[in-house]
Design a protein around this ligand. Structure first.
Ligand SMILES: *Cc1c(COP(=O)(O)O)cnc(C)c1O
Length: 362
């Protein structure tokens, strides 16, 4: 029998292509362009190529290392750094990002100097705080802020943006989207600027987008999760016509035995410093997978068959195999949450297998 290495993540490029094409169409209906966010796939070139070949013109990532990798591959697109730069990386930001998102004067001054040194002009999108309380300039400070940077020779302001549903879980709404639109118009008037990017948010903006009669000035969204997992990110509802299984996590059974459901002996701390508690369900079929918390965010895995994850340590995941006949060597598949996907794509221990057809031949 031919075995493919586990643990592995199976990445269906054909499904990703389908999802991104559908999302470009959908958002295009009301005049919104999408930037594809690549951080959850670590700027992987196989995925980035699929995005670009299916209509994406701008790739956005929060890591310079990922931007450099994609830029070096010479795809004909623009690159956006999604996160406000650290002062220690500004030279590289100017080198690898066409546009960066910013919230701090001192950083923007540094970017301007770095851009002048490199004989270029660096473009920035100013992130505005609209309630989620991650990054952003307070709206009341925005005009003063812009006043300080419009004169910088190495900087061009190309847009404003806001972020929702990331830290505070705040939802994009009619009201906060209208506020962002009005801010954009006010700034354009006051500073005689034109802002090509008015970036209203991320995959969490789906419900607002679907129900709003008027997107106002919002003409851009930065989309990651919806492309990869086929869902919006407020309630994790599937988006119609998208694949929700473009990524499948595959692990392997390394032990399968009938054992009690409650540990016996004197109980101390477990591997992570907790005092574990267990429900007695009698003897059960306990299956161990050769994968653990060092490889994947186990709490973000959902089995595709009827089994239950009991818990995990660094390298083992324990299952109640219920009525299945799982035995050593069998593969067990899972859907992944965004957090789980982030963990496996980032893990050097998880083998990446790319699939090019929607229905792969087995
Ligand atoms: C990660 C990120 C996104 C993408 O969010 P999704 O929910 O995956 O669509 C958008 N904007 C910023 C600033 C981000 O950091």
């Amino acid at each position: 029998m031919n075995r493919i290495m586990t643990p592995r993540i199976e990445i269906n490029l054909a499904k990703i292509a389908h999802n991104v094409e559908k999302l470009i169409q959908l958002y295009g209906l009301k005049g919104i362009e999408i930037m594809a966010v690549t951080k959850v796939v670590c700027g992987g070139l196989a995925v980035a190529n699929v995005l670009v070949n299916n209509g994406i013109l701008v790739l956005a990532d929060s890591k310079l290392k990922n931007l450099k990798k994609m830029r070096d591959s010479e795809m004909k697109v623009q690159y956006v750094l999604l996160r406000t730069p650290a002062l220690s990386e500004i030279d590289l930001v100017v080198k690898y990002a066409d546009i960066s998102m910013n919230t701090e004067i001192s950083v923007i001054q540094g970017l301007s100097a770095a851009a002048e040194k490199q004989n270029t002009v660096h473009k920035i999108i100013l992130m505005i705080e609209m309630g989620d309380l991650r990054e952003g300039i307070m709206p009341t400070h925005l005009e003063g802020f812009i006043q300080e940077i419009v004169q910088l020779p190495g900087i061009q302001i190309v847009g404003i943006g806001a972020n929702f549903a990331c830290f505070g879980g705040v939802k994009p709404s009619e009201a906060n989207m209208r506020d962002l639109s009005e801010l954009a118009s006010a700034i354009e008037m006051k500073f005689s600027l034109s802002l090509p990017y008015i970036s209203g948010g991320n995959s969490g903006n789906y419900n607002w987008y679907s129900t709003t009669e008027n997107v106002g000035r919002i003409n851009n969204l930065r989309i990651g999760e919806a492309i990869y997992l086929g869902c919006e990110s407020l309630d994790r509802m599937p988006i119609p016509e998208l694949f929700t299984d473009a990524f499948i996590f595959v692990s392997e059974v390394i032990e399968s035995k009938i054992k009690p459901s409650v540990p016996y002996g004197e109980i101390g701390q477990d591997a992570f410093g907790n005092y574990p508690q267990f429900k007695d369900r009698g003897e059960i079929k306990r299956v161990i997978l050769g994968v653990g918390s060092q490889d994947v965010l186990v709490t973000g895995l959902t089995p595709v068959i009827d089994i239950e994850i009991l818990g995990s340590s660094s390298d083992h995941t324990l299952l109640d195999a219920k009525k299945t006949d799982l035995k050593v060597g069998d593969e067990v598949m899972f859907n992944l949450s965004y957090g789980a996907l982030l963990s496996v794509m980032t893990s050097p221990y998880v083998f990446k297998k790319y699939i090019d057809a929607i229905e792969p031949a087995h």
